[in-house]
Ligand binder design. Structure first.
Ligand code: SF4
Ligand code: SF4
Length: 395
Protein backbone atom coordinates (compact mmCIF):
# COMPACT_ATOMS: atom_id res chain seq x y z
CA UNK A 1 0.00 0.00 0.00
CA UNK A 2 1.25 3.49 -0.87
CA UNK A 3 2.25 5.64 2.11
CA UNK A 4 0.24 8.72 1.18
CA UNK A 5 -3.34 7.95 0.16
CA UNK A 6 -5.33 10.88 -1.21
CA UNK A 7 -9.07 10.29 -1.62
CA UNK A 8 -11.34 12.33 -3.91
CA UNK A 9 -15.15 12.35 -3.72
CA UNK A 10 -17.53 14.36 -5.88
CA UNK A 11 -19.88 17.07 -4.74
CA UNK A 12 -20.96 19.83 -7.08
CA UNK A 13 -22.93 21.70 -4.45
CA UNK A 14 -22.77 22.83 -0.82
CA UNK A 15 -26.09 21.16 -0.10
CA UNK A 16 -25.65 19.55 3.36
CA UNK A 17 -26.63 16.03 2.28
CA UNK A 18 -24.30 16.10 -0.74
CA UNK A 19 -21.35 17.36 1.32
CA UNK A 20 -21.96 14.75 4.04
CA UNK A 21 -22.07 11.99 1.41
CA UNK A 22 -18.83 13.17 -0.22
CA UNK A 23 -17.13 13.38 3.17
CA UNK A 24 -18.27 9.87 4.11
CA UNK A 25 -17.12 8.47 0.75
CA UNK A 26 -13.66 10.06 0.90
CA UNK A 27 -13.14 9.14 4.57
CA UNK A 28 -14.08 5.52 3.89
CA UNK A 29 -11.37 5.33 1.22
CA UNK A 30 -8.66 6.24 3.74
CA UNK A 31 -9.89 4.00 6.55
CA UNK A 32 -12.26 6.36 8.43
CA UNK A 33 -11.59 8.54 11.46
CA UNK A 34 -10.29 5.68 13.60
CA UNK A 35 -7.37 5.06 11.21
CA UNK A 36 -6.05 8.59 11.88
CA UNK A 37 -7.30 9.83 15.25
CA UNK A 38 -6.72 8.59 18.79
CA UNK A 39 -9.59 6.72 20.44
CA UNK A 40 -12.86 8.59 21.06
CA UNK A 41 -13.78 10.72 22.96
CA UNK A 42 -10.49 12.51 22.15
CA UNK A 43 -10.61 16.31 21.88
CA UNK A 44 -10.13 17.14 18.21
CA UNK A 45 -9.21 20.63 17.03
CA UNK A 46 -10.86 21.37 13.68
CA UNK A 47 -8.91 24.14 11.92
CA UNK A 48 -10.81 25.76 9.02
CA UNK A 49 -9.52 28.51 6.74
CA UNK A 50 -10.93 31.64 8.41
CA UNK A 51 -8.74 34.12 6.57
CA UNK A 52 -10.71 37.30 7.18
CA UNK A 53 -14.12 38.94 6.87
CA UNK A 54 -15.49 37.10 3.84
CA UNK A 55 -18.90 35.52 3.29
CA UNK A 56 -19.03 31.85 2.17
CA UNK A 57 -20.08 32.76 -1.39
CA UNK A 58 -16.84 34.74 -1.82
CA UNK A 59 -15.00 31.37 -1.81
CA UNK A 60 -12.14 32.64 0.34
CA UNK A 61 -12.82 30.66 3.53
CA UNK A 62 -13.82 27.07 4.28
CA UNK A 63 -17.53 26.75 3.52
CA UNK A 64 -19.70 26.30 6.65
CA UNK A 65 -21.42 23.28 5.06
CA UNK A 66 -18.06 21.45 5.01
CA UNK A 67 -17.41 22.39 8.63
CA UNK A 68 -20.94 21.22 9.59
CA UNK A 69 -20.42 17.84 7.88
CA UNK A 70 -17.03 17.30 9.59
CA UNK A 71 -18.25 18.29 13.08
CA UNK A 72 -21.38 16.14 12.76
CA UNK A 73 -19.39 13.14 11.56
CA UNK A 74 -16.80 13.50 14.37
CA UNK A 75 -19.59 13.73 16.94
CA UNK A 76 -21.29 10.64 15.53
CA UNK A 77 -17.99 8.78 15.88
CA UNK A 78 -17.84 9.76 19.57
CA UNK A 79 -15.19 12.49 19.37
CA UNK A 80 -15.23 15.89 21.08
CA UNK A 81 -14.53 18.41 18.32
CA UNK A 82 -13.81 22.08 18.87
CA UNK A 83 -12.99 24.76 16.29
CA UNK A 84 -10.24 27.37 16.23
CA UNK A 85 -8.15 29.60 13.98
CA UNK A 86 -6.37 32.93 13.89
CA UNK A 87 -7.50 35.11 10.98
CA UNK A 88 -5.00 37.25 9.09
CA UNK A 89 -4.38 40.86 10.03
CA UNK A 90 -5.73 42.57 13.08
CA UNK A 91 -7.59 40.31 15.44
CA UNK A 92 -9.42 42.97 17.36
CA UNK A 93 -12.73 41.74 16.03
CA UNK A 94 -12.45 37.98 15.60
CA UNK A 95 -16.20 37.67 16.35
CA UNK A 96 -16.91 39.63 13.15
CA UNK A 97 -14.94 37.04 11.16
CA UNK A 98 -16.78 34.18 12.91
CA UNK A 99 -20.08 35.80 11.92
CA UNK A 100 -19.28 36.78 8.33
CA UNK A 101 -17.73 33.41 7.38
CA UNK A 102 -20.70 31.48 8.79
CA UNK A 103 -18.31 29.46 10.99
CA UNK A 104 -19.72 30.97 14.21
CA UNK A 105 -23.30 30.07 13.26
CA UNK A 106 -22.39 26.41 12.59
CA UNK A 107 -20.61 26.10 15.96
CA UNK A 108 -23.56 27.69 17.73
CA UNK A 109 -26.06 25.46 15.93
CA UNK A 110 -24.15 22.29 16.88
CA UNK A 111 -23.09 23.46 20.35
CA UNK A 112 -19.40 23.13 19.46
CA UNK A 113 -16.79 25.26 21.26
CA UNK A 114 -15.18 27.94 19.08
CA UNK A 115 -11.88 29.30 20.37
CA UNK A 116 -9.89 32.38 19.50
CA UNK A 117 -6.20 31.50 19.22
CA UNK A 118 -5.30 35.00 20.36
CA UNK A 119 -7.35 34.74 23.55
CA UNK A 120 -6.14 31.18 24.28
CA UNK A 121 -2.44 32.13 24.54
CA UNK A 122 0.54 30.43 22.94
CA UNK A 123 3.77 28.50 23.57
CA UNK A 124 7.14 29.51 22.18
CA UNK A 125 8.80 26.66 20.28
CA UNK A 126 12.22 26.41 18.68
CA UNK A 127 12.27 27.10 14.94
CA UNK A 128 14.32 25.02 12.52
CA UNK A 129 14.59 27.52 9.70
CA UNK A 130 16.97 30.33 8.80
CA UNK A 131 14.62 33.20 9.54
CA UNK A 132 12.77 32.65 12.82
CA UNK A 133 14.57 31.06 15.76
CA UNK A 134 11.30 30.90 17.68
CA UNK A 135 7.79 30.16 16.50
CA UNK A 136 4.71 30.94 18.57
CA UNK A 137 2.00 28.31 18.34
CA UNK A 138 -1.47 28.76 19.86
CA UNK A 139 -2.11 26.65 22.97
CA UNK A 140 -5.21 24.87 21.60
CA UNK A 141 -3.11 23.48 18.73
CA UNK A 142 -0.61 21.93 21.13
CA UNK A 143 -3.11 20.85 23.76
CA UNK A 144 -5.57 19.11 21.41
CA UNK A 145 -5.46 15.30 21.26
CA UNK A 146 -5.65 15.52 17.46
CA UNK A 147 -5.90 18.13 14.70
CA UNK A 148 -8.15 17.94 11.66
CA UNK A 149 -7.12 20.55 9.09
CA UNK A 150 -9.91 22.00 6.91
CA UNK A 151 -8.31 24.13 4.19
CA UNK A 152 -9.84 25.66 1.07
CA UNK A 153 -8.31 24.89 -2.33
CA UNK A 154 -6.94 28.17 -3.75
CA UNK A 155 -4.11 29.69 -5.70
CA UNK A 156 -2.00 32.30 -3.87
CA UNK A 157 -0.34 35.39 -5.30
CA UNK A 158 2.70 35.02 -3.03
CA UNK A 159 3.14 31.28 -2.50
CA UNK A 160 1.47 30.22 -5.83
CA UNK A 161 -0.74 27.65 -4.09
CA UNK A 162 -2.46 27.48 -0.72
CA UNK A 163 -4.10 24.46 0.76
CA UNK A 164 -3.19 22.01 3.53
CA UNK A 165 0.30 23.21 4.59
CA UNK A 166 -0.31 26.94 4.15
CA UNK A 167 -3.58 26.78 6.13
CA UNK A 168 -1.56 25.87 9.21
CA UNK A 169 -0.01 29.34 9.30
CA UNK A 170 -3.14 30.15 11.30
CA UNK A 171 -1.57 28.14 14.18
CA UNK A 172 0.45 31.34 14.77
CA UNK A 173 -1.68 33.86 16.65
CA UNK A 174 -2.36 37.45 15.68
CA UNK A 175 0.29 39.96 14.67
CA UNK A 176 3.05 37.36 15.02
CA UNK A 177 2.06 36.08 11.57
CA UNK A 178 2.80 39.49 10.07
CA UNK A 179 6.13 39.66 11.89
CA UNK A 180 7.12 36.36 10.27
CA UNK A 181 6.23 37.78 6.86
CA UNK A 182 8.62 40.63 7.63
CA UNK A 183 11.48 38.20 8.42
CA UNK A 184 11.33 36.21 5.17
CA UNK A 185 10.92 38.62 2.32
CA UNK A 186 10.53 36.35 -0.68
CA UNK A 187 8.33 33.30 -1.31
CA UNK A 188 11.23 30.83 -1.08
CA UNK A 189 12.31 32.07 2.32
CA UNK A 190 8.75 32.35 3.56
CA UNK A 191 8.21 28.73 2.47
CA UNK A 192 10.81 27.66 5.05
CA UNK A 193 8.76 29.27 7.80
CA UNK A 194 5.49 27.75 6.60
CA UNK A 195 7.06 24.31 6.42
CA UNK A 196 8.47 24.72 9.91
CA UNK A 197 5.06 25.59 11.33
CA UNK A 198 3.77 22.37 9.72
CA UNK A 199 6.62 20.40 11.34
CA UNK A 200 5.63 21.58 14.81
CA UNK A 201 2.14 20.07 14.61
CA UNK A 202 1.31 18.05 11.48
CA UNK A 203 -2.45 17.49 11.35
CA UNK A 204 -3.75 13.95 11.84
CA UNK A 205 -6.02 14.40 8.83
CA UNK A 206 -6.63 17.05 6.15
CA UNK A 207 -10.05 17.53 4.58
CA UNK A 208 -10.10 20.01 1.70
CA UNK A 209 -13.06 22.14 0.66
CA UNK A 210 -12.49 21.84 -3.08
CA UNK A 211 -16.15 22.09 -4.08
CA UNK A 212 -15.79 25.66 -5.32
CA UNK A 213 -12.14 26.64 -5.27
CA UNK A 214 -10.36 29.93 -6.06
CA UNK A 215 -8.17 30.53 -9.11
CA UNK A 216 -6.06 33.53 -10.13
CA UNK A 217 -5.14 36.21 -7.60
CA UNK A 218 -5.86 34.21 -4.45
CA UNK A 219 -6.09 33.87 -1.55
CA UNK A 220 -8.90 36.47 -1.61
CA UNK A 221 -8.89 38.37 -4.90
CA UNK A 222 -9.25 35.51 -7.39
CA UNK A 223 -12.33 34.07 -9.06
CA UNK A 224 -14.38 30.94 -8.26
CA UNK A 225 -13.55 27.69 -10.01
CA UNK A 226 -15.96 24.77 -9.63
CA UNK A 227 -13.58 21.91 -8.84
CA UNK A 228 -16.38 19.76 -7.40
CA UNK A 229 -14.50 17.63 -4.87
CA UNK A 230 -13.95 16.95 -1.18
CA UNK A 231 -10.40 15.65 -0.81
CA UNK A 232 -8.98 13.77 2.18
CA UNK A 233 -5.43 12.74 3.06
CA UNK A 234 -3.30 12.38 6.17
CA UNK A 235 -0.04 13.83 4.78
CA UNK A 236 -0.55 17.56 4.17
CA UNK A 237 2.26 18.18 1.63
CA UNK A 238 1.43 14.99 -0.28
CA UNK A 239 -2.19 16.11 -0.50
CA UNK A 240 -1.05 19.56 -1.70
CA UNK A 241 1.09 17.91 -4.35
CA UNK A 242 -1.79 15.81 -5.63
CA UNK A 243 -4.18 18.78 -5.77
CA UNK A 244 -1.69 21.20 -7.30
CA UNK A 245 -0.91 18.74 -10.07
CA UNK A 246 -4.68 18.38 -10.72
CA UNK A 247 -4.99 22.15 -11.28
CA UNK A 248 -1.90 22.23 -13.47
CA UNK A 249 0.80 23.59 -11.13
CA UNK A 250 4.04 21.59 -11.44
CA UNK A 251 5.80 20.69 -8.16
CA UNK A 252 8.90 22.70 -9.06
CA UNK A 253 6.86 25.94 -9.13
CA UNK A 254 5.65 25.59 -5.56
CA UNK A 255 8.11 26.95 -2.98
CA UNK A 256 6.46 25.23 0.01
CA UNK A 257 6.34 21.87 -1.72
CA UNK A 258 10.01 22.12 -2.67
CA UNK A 259 11.02 22.66 0.96
CA UNK A 260 8.80 19.78 2.09
CA UNK A 261 10.44 17.49 -0.47
CA UNK A 262 13.94 18.61 0.57
CA UNK A 263 13.09 17.89 4.20
CA UNK A 264 11.71 14.45 3.33
CA UNK A 265 8.19 15.17 4.60
CA UNK A 266 6.72 13.20 1.69
CA UNK A 267 7.78 11.35 -1.44
CA UNK A 268 6.01 11.88 -4.76
CA UNK A 269 6.22 8.21 -5.73
CA UNK A 270 4.51 7.23 -2.46
CA UNK A 271 1.29 9.05 -3.40
CA UNK A 272 -1.78 7.03 -4.33
CA UNK A 273 -4.85 8.89 -5.60
CA UNK A 274 -8.17 7.17 -4.94
CA UNK A 275 -11.86 7.69 -5.77
CA UNK A 276 -13.25 10.32 -8.17
CA UNK A 277 -9.88 11.74 -9.21
CA UNK A 278 -10.53 14.61 -11.66
CA UNK A 279 -8.67 15.08 -14.92
CA UNK A 280 -5.91 17.72 -14.92
CA UNK A 281 -7.59 21.13 -15.33
CA UNK A 282 -6.15 22.91 -18.35
CA UNK A 283 -8.10 26.12 -17.80
CA UNK A 284 -7.19 26.81 -14.15
CA UNK A 285 -5.65 30.27 -13.75
CA UNK A 286 -2.41 30.24 -11.78
CA UNK A 287 -0.63 33.37 -10.47
CA UNK A 288 1.77 35.17 -12.81
CA UNK A 289 4.81 34.88 -10.53
CA UNK A 290 4.91 31.06 -10.36
CA UNK A 291 7.71 30.73 -12.93
CA UNK A 292 10.16 32.60 -10.66
CA UNK A 293 10.43 29.47 -8.49
CA UNK A 294 12.00 27.64 -11.46
CA UNK A 295 15.21 29.70 -11.29
CA UNK A 296 17.66 27.84 -9.02
CA UNK A 297 20.08 28.95 -6.30
CA UNK A 298 20.97 32.40 -4.96
CA UNK A 299 20.30 33.93 -8.39
CA UNK A 300 16.73 32.63 -8.13
CA UNK A 301 16.41 34.29 -4.72
CA UNK A 302 17.77 37.55 -6.18
CA UNK A 303 15.28 37.39 -9.07
CA UNK A 304 12.43 36.61 -6.66
CA UNK A 305 13.30 39.76 -4.74
CA UNK A 306 13.47 41.92 -7.89
CA UNK A 307 10.46 40.54 -9.75
CA UNK A 308 7.83 41.62 -7.34
CA UNK A 309 4.10 41.54 -7.25
CA UNK A 310 2.90 44.62 -5.40
CA UNK A 311 -0.44 45.89 -4.17
CA UNK A 312 -2.22 49.00 -5.45
CA UNK A 313 -5.30 50.47 -3.75
CA UNK A 314 -8.19 51.30 -6.10
CA UNK A 315 -9.38 54.40 -4.28
CA UNK A 316 -12.81 54.38 -5.93
CA UNK A 317 -13.58 50.96 -4.39
CA UNK A 318 -11.89 51.51 -1.01
CA UNK A 319 -14.32 51.84 1.91
CA UNK A 320 -11.59 53.25 4.23
CA UNK A 321 -11.99 50.39 6.73
CA UNK A 322 -8.27 50.39 7.58
CA UNK A 323 -7.98 46.56 7.62
CA UNK A 324 -5.01 46.70 5.22
CA UNK A 325 -3.15 49.24 7.38
CA UNK A 326 -3.66 47.10 10.50
CA UNK A 327 -2.48 43.97 8.66
CA UNK A 328 0.69 45.52 7.24
CA UNK A 329 3.81 44.20 9.05
CA UNK A 330 5.88 47.20 7.95
CA UNK A 331 3.31 49.93 8.65
CA UNK A 332 3.56 51.11 5.05
CA UNK A 333 -0.10 52.08 4.53
CA UNK A 334 -0.58 55.50 6.13
CA UNK A 335 -3.92 57.34 6.14
CA UNK A 336 -3.36 60.73 4.52
CA UNK A 337 -5.80 63.30 3.19
CA UNK A 338 -8.74 60.99 3.81
CA UNK A 339 -7.26 58.01 1.91
CA UNK A 340 -5.04 54.99 2.57
CA UNK A 341 -1.88 54.97 0.43
CA UNK A 342 0.81 52.30 0.06
CA UNK A 343 4.41 53.42 0.42
CA UNK A 344 5.86 51.17 -2.29
CA UNK A 345 9.45 52.01 -1.41
CA UNK A 346 8.99 50.38 2.00
CA UNK A 347 6.55 47.63 0.96
CA UNK A 348 7.93 44.06 1.17
CA UNK A 349 5.24 42.53 -1.11
CA UNK A 350 3.96 40.16 1.57
CA UNK A 351 0.42 40.81 0.26
CA UNK A 352 -1.14 40.64 3.75
CA UNK A 353 -3.12 43.79 2.81
CA UNK A 354 -4.51 42.11 -0.31
CA UNK A 355 -5.54 39.08 1.76
CA UNK A 356 -7.61 41.04 4.25
CA UNK A 357 -9.29 43.72 2.11
CA UNK A 358 -13.01 42.91 2.46
CA UNK A 359 -14.04 44.51 -0.84
CA UNK A 360 -11.11 43.51 -3.11
CA UNK A 361 -10.11 47.16 -3.49
CA UNK A 362 -6.44 46.14 -3.59
CA UNK A 363 -5.34 44.92 -6.98
CA UNK A 364 -2.01 43.34 -7.80
CA UNK A 365 0.46 44.81 -10.20
CA UNK A 366 4.03 43.75 -10.87
CA UNK A 367 7.39 44.67 -12.23
CA UNK A 368 7.58 44.51 -16.03
CA UNK A 369 8.29 40.74 -16.50
CA UNK A 370 5.14 39.90 -14.54
CA UNK A 371 3.11 42.41 -16.54
CA UNK A 372 4.33 40.84 -19.82
CA UNK A 373 3.56 37.33 -18.53
CA UNK A 374 0.05 38.40 -17.45
CA UNK A 375 -0.50 40.11 -20.82
CA UNK A 376 0.37 36.87 -22.67
CA UNK A 377 -2.01 34.94 -20.41
CA UNK A 378 -4.84 37.40 -21.17
CA UNK A 379 -4.22 37.06 -24.92
CA UNK A 380 -4.23 33.25 -24.66
CA UNK A 381 -7.57 33.41 -22.84
CA UNK A 382 -9.07 35.53 -25.62
CA UNK A 383 -8.31 32.81 -28.18
CA UNK A 384 -9.18 29.84 -25.98
CA UNK A 385 -12.26 27.66 -26.62
CA UNK A 386 -15.04 28.42 -24.11
CA UNK A 387 -15.01 26.05 -21.12
CA UNK A 388 -17.89 23.63 -21.11
CA UNK A 389 -20.72 24.55 -18.73
CA UNK A 390 -20.27 23.01 -15.28
CA UNK A 391 -23.08 21.92 -13.02
CA UNK A 392 -21.67 23.31 -9.78
CA UNK A 393 -24.17 25.51 -7.95
CA UNK A 394 -22.89 28.53 -6.01
CA UNK A 395 -24.49 28.71 -2.55
S1 SF4 B 1 1.70 47.29 1.84
FE1 SF4 B 1 3.32 45.88 1.29
S2 SF4 B 1 4.26 45.33 3.24
FE2 SF4 B 1 2.29 46.25 3.72
S3 SF4 B 1 0.86 44.50 3.84
FE3 SF4 B 1 0.77 45.26 1.76
S4 SF4 B 1 2.24 44.02 0.64
FE4 SF4 B 1 2.73 43.77 2.83
S1 SF4 C 1 -7.98 49.09 0.60
FE1 SF4 C 1 -9.44 47.59 1.39
S2 SF4 C 1 -8.67 47.06 3.40
FE2 SF4 C 1 -7.63 48.95 2.82
S3 SF4 C 1 -8.90 50.56 3.70
FE3 SF4 C 1 -9.58 50.26 1.60
S4 SF4 C 1 -11.27 48.80 1.77
FE4 SF4 C 1 -10.14 48.69 3.71
Amino acid sequence: MAKHQIAYAKSNTYDDAAVAAALAASLALVGGWSAHLPAAPARVLVKPNMLANFAPEEVVTTHPAVLRAVLTSLREAGYTPFVGDSPAGSTRKVETVWKKTGIGAVCEELGVELVSFEAAGHRTLRGKNRFARELHIANPVIDADAVVNLPKLKTHSLTVFTCAVKNLFGYVPGMRKMMLHGKALNPRDFAEILTDVYRLRPPNLNIVDGIISMQGDGPSGGSPYPFGRIIVGSNAPALDHSLASRIGIPAERMPVERVCLQRGYFQIDEIEELGDVPEVKQDYEIPGNSWVALIPGPFGRYVAEQIRTFPVIRQKDCIRCGACARACPHATIPFEDGEYHIDHAACISCLCCHEVCPVQAIELSGSWPIQIYNGIKKLKRLFKKPVEEKSTVLP
